[in-house]
Structure formats: C-alpha cells, structure tokens
Design a protein around this ligand. Structure first.
Ligand code: FMN
Length: 147
C-alpha cells in the first residue's frame, strides 16, 4: 500500500473531477489518498510520499493559477527530492500547439529534481470525445503493479 498526494492544477474544474476519480480508484486498490486543490509545496513535501500530478494547461501552455506557486517552489527547491515518486496526468486540447504543456513541464521539472517517475505520463485530449475520468481510472488500473 502507498500513500498518494494528488496535486491538482485546474482553472475550470475539469481536472478536479479527474483527480476525484483517481482518488476513488486508488482507494479501491488499497492506497491512502489526499487531494490538494490548492497545493502547497512545503506541506506536500513534508509527507514524502508518492505524488500524482493531475493538471490541465491554460493560456498558451501555462500552468493553471492554482498550481503556479507549487511549480515555482518546486523549481526553487534545493532539497533532495530523490525519495519522491510520481506520475502525471495531463489534461488538454490538441488544437493548441502547447498541448498538455503544463503537465509536460511539471513532469520534466520533477525529473530534473531527481524524483522517480513510476508510470510514464498520460495525456488526455479533450478535443476528442473521451471520458477523462474513465480513462484515468483505466490507466491507474492498468499500471496498478507499479503504484
Ligand atoms: C483560455 C484557454 C487556454 C487553453 N490553453 C491550452 C493549452 O495551451 N494547451 C492545452 O493542451 N490545452 C489548453 N486549453 C484546454 C484546457 O486545458 C482544457 O479545456 C481542460 O479540460 C481544462 O481543464 P480544467 O477544467 O481543469 O481547467 C485551454 C483552454 C482555455 C479555456
């Protein structure tokens, strides 16, 4: 069993529903889960567990406002983050050149800080007729042995 900190980046609320669907699946798989809709880096870091990043992209490849401070604090952090395990869900729209850029940026940043990616990033394209909650849940279940 792992303990997950779910770090949510959302402007319009869609990614919050995806995060809640992930919480349901992770709990059903026997894990502990804490959701962060206003993620605070220092507080989340003190828990030293597995991080599930679940973020949309806004502007022209920008972070949603609520996750901006988390990303800045992570970027400026000089702490050893090599014990942090993570996985990332990007929610975006492929009609933008900067498709899921916020999730990709955060993923790269975590890797550059020495964090361990336990499942490769998934991107969900809202320009297609998809159910992002269902896709995220299926992705977690497919990768349950790595969680
Ligand atoms: C003003 C605006 C800018 C956007 N910019 C991007 C972008 O640069 N890249 C991308 O992949 N999606 C972009 N999107 C699409 C959103 O990421 C997508 O609609 C997502 O589902 C919103 O999730 P949220 O409700 O959690 O904020 C943009 C949407 C809006 C309304």
């Amino acid at each position: 069993m792992s303990s997950f900190q779910v770090i949510v980046g959302s402007m319009l609320g869609g990614s919050e529903y995806v995060a809640e669907a992930c919480e349901e699946t992770l709990t059903a798989l026997g894990h502990q889960v804490e959701l962060h809709f206003e993620p605070e880096f220092a507080q989340i870091l003190s828990k030293n567990q597995t991080w599930l990043i679940c973020t949309s992209t806004h502007g022209a490849g920008d972070y949603p406002d609520n996750i901006q401070a988390f990303a800045t604090d992570l970027e400026n952090s000089e702490q050893d983050l090599s014990s942090v395990k993570f996985l990332t869900i990007g929610i975006g729209d492929s009609s933008y050149d900067t498709f899921c850029y916020a999730a990709k940026k955060l993923n790269k940043l975590l890797l550059s800080k020495g964090c361990i990616e336990i499942v490769s990033l998934i991107t969900l394209d809202m320009s297609e007729d998809i159910d992002p909650e269902e896709q995220s849940q299926a992705w977690l279940n497919e990768n349950k042995d790595h969680l």
